[in-house]
Write a protein that binds this ligand. Structure first.
Ligand SMILES: [Zn+2]
Length: 75
């Protein structure tokens, strides 16, 4: 596999992944990925991307329960 940025060689490794959502931030330290030996660009395969998206969907639902609702009746 070749890096789309610098055409360097990509190795099977891990890379951190973070996403900023409304109400929370998700930080994964070591997601399996292809990482460029030259520039460090990380490329996630479909399987990992789908797993991350499934995690975000679940977190979105749970975070909504935990977030303060403007019309809520928290006491
Ligand atoms: Zn590169």
């Amino acid at each position: 596999m070749t890096c789309i940025h610098c055409r360097g060689e990509m190795k099977s490794a891990t890379a951190p992944f973070h996403v900023d959502r409304d109400g929370y931030h998700l930080m994964l330290d070591a997601v399996p990925a292809w990482v460029c030996e030259q520039c460090g660009e990380a490329y996630f395969e479909d399987r990992e991307v789908e797993a991350i998206q499934a995690t975000i969907r679940t977190l979105d639902r749970q975070a909504q329960r935990l977030s303060v609702q403007e019309t809520g009746t928290a006491s």
